[in-house]
Design a protein around this ligand. Structure first.
Ligand code: FUB
Length: 457
């Protein structure tokens, strides 16, 4: 209870101060971001630190891989678990030991080729597997039934880059950087597995690269980039450049220097709607509720800027302000409640019924923010699809937690957290673009209702 109160007070402060964007996902602990731009959408694949991960550095508890999508870089829609250790039969403890299906779902990377989606997944201690799907959200299947890269070769943190000539490269490794060419099928290797010479650590020799793990390769204006988690610990994000996808690489410095606030970091870099972005993670949400280190990380994002010579401008540690939105939300269509810019006290859950993902664990005083809602046709009424337990209400406010109250939507008891009903309320007029806050009210300490979708008319 004291924890929840502390989180609420901290969030209240940041909300009034105009902050509240990084980390970008607050309803679960997410790490190891692997963004993919596909058509007009950013698909952000992440690993997932369980809420009950134990105290202690390196004590990961990770079972599955998640996906979030956005078209404006600030509101992220939870797409749920897209794959888990259970996708790999060979992850079973009976076969390999390790954590079986209960632990070891480390940093993934998903890439599209010819309309198929390939998700490379490290299964800690057991190797790197590959999953294939016809859709970026799955269902993903394991076409090999065995690891693509075995349990040698420092087999974690895969990332794939496809060059302009169609050749795909798979990079991975901690503490060494390894790579191999992939065949066009993306699920088999073409040629040898190679330990990258530039990044190789030589005993008693200085290591300018400070490479740790989390390689992320890409090409820009004819130059190849290799970003990675560098220095340890804490980890920053370093990068190197080359004229070829396989080096030799030249160390260029930090994209983000390490910071004591976070033991780890892990880059994912994209270009989207004319800007460049780097994703990574911090521990802000964990340390908002405890002073103890749990491996409960949270994905963050910052805009990345290049110098005229192609080098990257060094960024400060993840700011709490985050980004400006690059799009807007249409309030007159059904918007999933799990599309969120900032949430306080809330969780998301996945329903096997048609309702899919929804916001849950709603208690008195919890709230969520949706940024850039464009009321171009004004507003008269608010509709919310909810499933109520003890019931409560939704205050609809503009621009801040204490901002203009547009109206209050009652959610009456309807007997069950999965019996979905649409409730409605008359509201005052809004024009133009606003951040909308849904502030939940009800009996203190009770689970009030689940929230599936909303819209305005
Ligand atoms: O998330 C588990 C491991 O922690 C990843 O594989 C590393 O990159 C580090 O982030």
């Amino acid at each position: 209870m004291l924890n929840r109160l502390f989180v609420f007070v901290v969030c209240l402060f940041y909300s009034y101060a105009g902050y509240t964007q990084n980390p970008i996902i607050q309803t679960k602990y997410t790490a190891d971001p692997a963004p993919l731009v596909y058509k007009d959408t950013v698909f952000l694949y992440t690993s997932h630190d369980e809420d009950n991960s134990p105290v202690g550095q390196g004590k990961f508890l990770m079972r599955d891989w998640l996906c979030y999508t956005s078209t404006d870089m600030v509101n992220w829609t939870d797409r749920g678990t897209v794959a888990s250790l259970r996708n790999f039969e060979w992850a079973d403890k009976a076969i390999t030991g390790w954590g079986g299906f209960e632990n070891g779902a480390w940093a993934p990377h998903t890439i599209e080729r010819d309309g198929k989606f390939y998700m490379y997944c490290p299964v800690q201690g057991r190797g790197i597997g590959v999953l294939v799907a016809d859709n970026p959200l799955g269902p993903f299947i394991d076409p090999l039934g065995k690891p693509l890269i075995g349990d040698k070769y420092d087999s974690i943190d895969p990332s794939v880059f496809i060059d302009d000539d169609g050749q795909a490269y798979l990079y991975w490794g901690n503490p060494n950087l390894w790579y191999a060419k992939l065949n066009k099928d993306m699920i088999s290797l073409s040629g040898e597995i190679i330990k990258d010479a530039s990044f190789a650590k030589v005993k008693d020799q200085p290591d300018p690269f400070h490479y740790q793990e989390g390689p992320w390769a890409y090409k820009r204006n004819g130059k190849y980039y290799m970003a990675y988690a560098s220095t340890c610990c804490p980890e920053g994000i370093g990068y190197a450049m080359s004229d070829s996808p396989v080096g030799p690489w030249e160390y260029k410095g930090y994209i983000m220097p390490p910071n004591k606030k976070s033991t780890g970091n892990h880059p994912g870099i994209i270009d989207y709607k004319g800007k460049s972005y780097v994703f990574g993670f911090n521990f802000r949400l964990n340390f908002m509720i405890t002073d103890k280190h749990h491996e409960r990380r949270s994905v963050c994002v910052a805009e990345l800027r290049y110098n005229p010579d192609g080098t990257i401008q060094e960024l400060p540690w993840w700011t709490e302000e985050g980004l400006e939105e690059t799009g807007s939300i249409d309030p007159y269509v059904v918007n999933q409640a799990e599309t969120i810019a900032w949430a306080s006290g809330l969780k998301t859950a996945q329903d096997s019924s048609a309702e899919g993902i929804y916001v849950t664990q709603i208690n008195d005083g919890d709230y969520m923010k949706v940024r850039g809602v464009n009321f171009q046709r004004g507003s008269k009424a608010f509709y919310a699809n909810v499933a109520s337990l003890s019931g409560g209400s939704i205050e609809i406010r503009l621009d801040s937690l204490g901002g203009k109250l547009m109206g209050v939507c009652d959610v009456k008891t309807r007997g069950g957290l999965e019996r979905w009903k649409t409730v409605t309320a008359k509201i005052s007029k809004a024009n133009g673009t606003h951040d909308v806050y849904f502030v939940f009210k009800g009996v203190k300490g009770a689970d009030l209702f689940n929230f599936n979708w909303w819209r305005f008319s």
